[in-house]
Design a binder for this molecule. Structure first.
Ligand code: GLY
Ligand code: MN
Ligand code: MN
Length: 439
């Protein structure tokens, strides 16, 4: 299951149709990153580059030139090289770029300084992701200056530079049927990974061992990498929103919060589950867990076309604030507490973000100064949480150090939303039953 060559072609066509006349777009592949000395991190293609090409090699540059007689889709990439391929792996080469990826024209990356200025010359406008990568910004100017140096021979340099992200990121926000299929699979694999972590969890294990269980399930199902660094926080660590040390031992009586999602065929899942290390929620843990779940249900009910981006968040804030007042963690009038943002002591993040090729996916949250209106085809997370800091002296000691988040991924449909991550156990009963059965 993956995105077809035809779909990549459709995307390029759609983007080119939005570009101004007589323009050119230039997108670089992601840079390779050193991890230590001469060892690199696994290469991951730039999301925009991938979205438009499906081409996953480094040292490549995509050029789109709408209306060019000799082909609109041009790719610069590494040449085939028997020796280098023996050491470092296969390369498509310019021939493969044309044959397998549908490029109209492809050239060796080493020739780009000689060829690209000629492709830019005579085009009035250049689109690129300005300011994203200082080296690339500089490179674009070097190519443009090469044309400027030739003006006395009649060369015409471009006069306008435009940001590519605006169009491209709006396209990425609306998922196609094929993208939804891939994202459902990412959600399914990730949901199974959470269930596996619940089944294998025991007091005395280390957080990184649960991370290993998650990673095993991902990789055994075709998703070699997580979409972001896995968070496994036991006890107090569950109150640290981006805890990734994952180095502590899990204690009997504590909760463990796992935020983990795989990247499958370049698309992310993003799931959080929180469960008791020993398989049974305490009274306080259960009370805050059920409140978080109630907030998630109220949030999901607000995810439908026509509602604006903030409506789900507002629903989560209301339910959490009301619940915290009922439980005695907040004191006062609910409306006033919401107005004063008193809930932020326990719930300090937002309930959602866009989801797609990037876990915090692209796409504007406001349009023309107003919250964006939700539309079918958009994918987002739903992730309310309650975190009682271990040193919160303002609440009864029994609540301290409880950190809970429940996160699922949804697709907005024509009359509501569809949950993409439904197979990760979620209710108190489901979690306790699964954990009891695997003891
Ligand atoms: N895993 C990052 C987030 O939930 O936004
Ligand atoms: Mn998450
Ligand atoms: Mn998230």
């Amino acid at each position: 299951m993956s995105i077809s060559r035809q779909e990549f072609a459709r995307r390029r066509k759609q983007l080119m149709a939005m570009m101004e006349p007589n323009s050119i777009a230039i997108l670089p592949a992601a840079p390779e990153k050193v991890r230590s000395r001469d060892t690199e991190y696994n290469f991951r293609q730039d999301s925009d580059f991938y979205y438009l090409t499906g081409f996953v090699e480094p040292e490549s540059v995509l050029v789109l030139i709408p209306g060019r007689d000799h082909g609109e889709f041009v790719l610069f990439c590494r040449e085939r090289d028997r020796e280098k391929e023996t050491w470092n792996g296969y390369r498509a080469g310019p021939e493969g770029a044309c044959e397998r990826f549908g490029a109209d024209d492809a050239f060796p990356i080493d020739d780009i300084d000689d060829i690209l200025p000629g492709l830019i010359e005579g085009r009035e406008r250049v689109y690129y992701a300005m300011g994203k990568d200082a080296d690339f910004d500089h490179q674009v100017m070097v190519w443009v200056n090469a044309i400027r140096a030739q003006v006395r021979t009649g060369a015409i340099p471009p006069g306008e530079f435009l940001d590519l992200d605006h169009f491209l990121h709006d396209m990425r926000l609306y998922k196609s049927a094929a993208e939804v299929r891939v994202m459902k699979r990412a959600g399914e694999i990730s949901g199974n990974a959470h269930a596996r972590a619940m089944r294998s969890c025991k007091p005395g294990m280390y957080e990184y061992q649960l991370e290993a269980e998650i990673q095993h399930e991902f990789a055994m199902n075709g998703a070699r990498f997580p979409a972001y660094n896995t968070i496994v926080g036991g006890g107090d660590n569950g109150c640290i929103l981006h805890y990734v040390d994952n180095c502590d031992q899990l204690k009997d009586g504590d909760l463990v919060l796992i935020d983990a999602g795989c990247e499958y065929e370049y698309y992310a899942a993003d799931i959080t589950r929180t469960f008791p290390v020993n398989g049974k929620f305490s009274k306080e843990q259960k009370a805050l867990y059920e409140l978080t779940l109630k907030a998630q249900e109220a949030t999901i009910a607000e995810i439908k076309p026509g509602n604006h981006w903030n409506a789900p968040h507002e629903a989560s804030v209301r339910v959490i604030t009301e619940g915290l007042v009922e439980l005695g963690l907040l004191l006062g009038d609910v409306d006033k507490l919401i107005e004063d943002e008193a809930y932020k002591e326990f719930y300090m993040h937002r309930v959602a973000h866009w989801l797609g090729i990037d876990v915090h996916d692209v796409g504007d949250y406001r349009v023309g100064g107003e919250w964006r209106v939700l539309e079918p085809g958009m994918c987002m997370t739903v992730e309310p949480g309650i975190y009682v800091a271990p040193d919160n002296a303002g609440v009864d000691a029994k609540w301290r150090g409880i950190g809970i988040r429940i996160e699922d991924d949804v697709l907005i449909t024509k009359d509501g939303c569809e949950i993409l991550t439904g197979n990760a156990p979620k209710t108190v009963d489901e979690i306790e039953a699964l954990m009891a059965a695997s003891r």
